[in-house]
Design a protein around this ligand. Structure first.
Ligand code: NAD
Ligand code: MG
Length: 384
């Protein structure tokens, strides 16, 4: 029996790598649903090649073009934000791969959980914004949420077989990004194109900027809290520039487990898709016999203040992570269009966090309201 995969965000970095995994393992997986926001050309190509049941193009102005291009096939075509949710609610797939970037991924992912569909989760913002609600729903519906994010996949893999052995702490490794060791006098002049060069990973634009500012690690701390039911002080960040150890778990007896390998997102993607199976592949292997050194250092939170802001959001909880995320999405959007400087992103986030009303236990509606209000305020700060 093949697993029918609903690939939300199929044209992105995660999406295209997930399709490579599907293509390499046709006996295990089929692409049942493909979705994209803007990239109609690639969505059409993917649909012609993988012959899914359904495609969704987010941008409704592109519906006719996609429909036309697929008119000789059996592929059903839908468009718009609402369609994403409706398709997520259909009973035609076995696993959602949540590969949409940002807050936009929350509704379809929540819908999958609501329908009792297992989720392979790349879209970390879903848990940053509404982790309490998403995880509660997953427990209620007995739905597994299997992390795709490499650090969380590492922790998940370290926990296999540990049953209920309590975690003492987790050690989230961070590459440090392209500006490791740099100080504010350097960062103030950093431009978009430089920040888009990541030393170890090739990823979508938003997460690449988040990696350069260390916000990505901040979001991942919050993601880890919800995935593994941790207290804020059980989550520690450690810079490990080689990205070979993808993260570690320390148990109560002091024993530490690590998951290692060359940095390649296809590995955590295929692990999440095939779980609990491991499948053979041709990916390059890490070789301990070659000269190499694994190094570790504390993150510089005085320079990379986004990590300090995210830690505050992690500790205070409520709607603060949602505010942090919304302001960050606006700040990154503006930075990618050369509208704000590298360090200004942190100021936008901090000012938005200070401005918005704190809600300790928000409802889902309040998360949506918080997101909208925080975006609006952040946008006024940069005259978007
Ligand atoms: P990307 O920008 O390359 O792709 C994003 C995908 O989402 C595209 O298919 C796009 O069409 C779709 N999308 C964008 N905006 C949308 C909207 N408003 N509504 C519906 N669909 C929309 O991003 P990515 O790098 O693939 O990252 C996807 C998610 O996975 C992010 O949450 C990211 O943090 C996480 N992640 C990515 C990597 C990686 O290596 N790329 C690693 C770990 C986690
Ligand atoms: Mg990661």
């Amino acid at each position: 029996m093949q697993k029918r995969i609903a690939l939300f965000g199929s044209t992105g970095s995660i999406g295209t790598q997930a399709l490579a995994v599907i293509e390499a393992n046709p006996q295990l997986f089929t692409a049942e649903v493909l979705t994209a926001q803007q990239n109609d050309e690639l969505l059409i190509q993917q649909a012609l090649k993988f012959q899914p049941n359904i495609v969704v193009i987010g941008d409704e102005s592109k519906y006719q073009k996609v429909k036309q291009a697929l008119s000789s096939t059996d592929v059903k075509v839908f468009a718009g934000e609402k369609a994403l949710e409706e398709v997520a609610a259909m009973d035609c797939y076995d696993l959602m791969l949540a590969g949409i970037v940002g807050f936009a991924g929350l509704k379809p992912t929540l819908q999958a959980v609501e329908q009792g569909k297992p989720v392979a989760l790349a879209n970390k913002e879903t848990l940053v914004v509404a982790g309490d609600i998403v995880m509660q729903k997953a427990i209620e519906k007995r739905v597994p949420i299997i992390p795709v994010d490499s650090e969380h996949s590492a922790i998940f893999q370290c926990l296999v077989g540990e049953n209920l052995n309590p975690i003492d702490k987790i050690i989230l490794t961070a590459s440090g990004g392209p500006f490791l060791g740099k100080k504010p006098n350097f960062l103030v002049n950093v431009k978009r194109d430089h920040a888009l060069q990541h030393p170890n990973w090739s990823m979508g634009a938003k997460i690449t900027i988040d990696s350069a500012t260390l916000m990505n690690k901040g979001l991942e701390m919050i993601e880890a809290k919800w995935l593994f039911n941790l207290k804020p002080d059980q989550v520690q960040v450690l810079v490990h520039p080689q990205s070979i150890i993808h993260s570690m778990v320390q148990f109560e007896d002091g024993s530490i487990k690590a998951q290692m390998g060359l940095p390649d997102m296809k590995l955590p993607i295929q692990y999440a898709m095939a779980f609990p199976q491991r499948i053979v592949n041709q990916f390059a292997r890490y070789d301990f016999r070659k000269p190499n050194t694994l190094t570790f250092e504390e993150p510089d939170v005085k320079t990379f203040r986004n990590l300090a802001l995210a830690t505050e959001a992690l500790q205070r909880g409520g709607n603060l992570p949602c505010i942090l995320n919304a302001a960050n999405e606006i700040a990154v959007y503006a930075f990618l269009r050369n509208r704000v400087g590298f360090l200004d992103m942190t100021d936008v986030i901090e000012r938005t966090m200070n401005k918005m009303d704190f809600i300790a236990q928000p409802t889902l509606e309040q998360y949506f309201e918080t997101d909208a209000a925080a975006r609006e305020f952040a946008a006024t700060l940069i005259h978007l």
